[in-house]
Design a protein around this ligand. Structure first.
Ligand code: DX5
Ligand code: ZN
Length: 217
């Protein structure tokens, strides 16, 4: 069993006081900071281009979890790897040589994940499952924070857990989108050990209490 970890998604932070926001979630027990990268192509939104990340990377002391929602991640991967992320995921359908990119990320001593958007079947990652460290299951359509949790994606988590057991594999399952203190319990029981949460964490009155509840101890 993997330890359950909570990764606040910086997309929901107040950028006018980013340093304070980072410190707030770190001191409340965040296990890593989740950073969404969007290119206005794969998803119709833009976030955290390389230059922007450079402006606050050194303020982050916990591990960094980068989620690439961009076309052809292989073209800009070097720039993201320079930030020394501990976790990095991308969507398989955006990349022409998934195997090659997995190997490149791994060679930087970074855990690699494949992200599964809501309309993509979970079976799309099966052929890479023995190569990756985690699968990121989207529970909202990739692109925006603050959307409603899509329950139907929980089946994908259950399927992955079963596969993990059957094949005796050790990959982790990350979940991202619409996670709150009510639905996190079911997700953990289904096999999730990496919980991404933006709005719930950054908009809560007590971040420490919220992170504790999300972990569900
Ligand atoms: C959506 C992003 C998420 C987002 C989650 O495309 O991948 O990481 O920030 O935000 P909430 O928790 O508000 O749904
Ligand atoms: Zn994300």
């Amino acid at each position: 069993m993997h330890k359950v970890k909570v990764f606040p998604s910086l997309l929901a932070a107040d950028f006018s006081r980013i340093e304070e926001e980072i410190k707030k979630v770190e001191s409340a027990g965040a296990d890593a900071i989740h950073l969404d990268v969007m290119d206005n192509k794969y998803v119709s939104n833009t976030s955290f281009p390389i230059e922007k990340i450079k402006s606050f990377r050194e303020k982050i002391s916990v591990p960094l979890d980068i989620h690439l929602m961009i076309e052809k991640p292989e073209n800009s991967i070097d720039g993201f790897l320079e930030f020394n992320p501990s976790f990095l995921s991308f969507h398989a359908e955006t990349c022409s040589d998934v195997n090659k990119l997995i190997q490149k990320i791994k060679s930087h001593n970074c855990k690699v994940g494949l992200a599964v958007n809501t309309k993509i079947p979970v079976s799309s990652v099966f052929s890479f499952i023995h190569l990756i460290d985690f699968v990121l299951i989207m529970t909202v359509e990739a692109g925006f924070g603050g959307q409603k949790f899509m329950q139907e994606n929980v089946e994908k988590i259950k399927e992955l857990s079963q596969l993990r057991k059957q094949k005796n594999l050790f990959f982790e399952i990350e979940v991202d989108g619409g996670i709150n203190t009510e639905n996190s319990k079911e997700l953990i029981s289904a096999g999730v050990s990496m919980i991404v949460s933006g709005t719930t964490i950054f908009k809560s009155a007590s971040v420490k209490e919220t992170i504790r509840k999300l972990r569900n101890y």
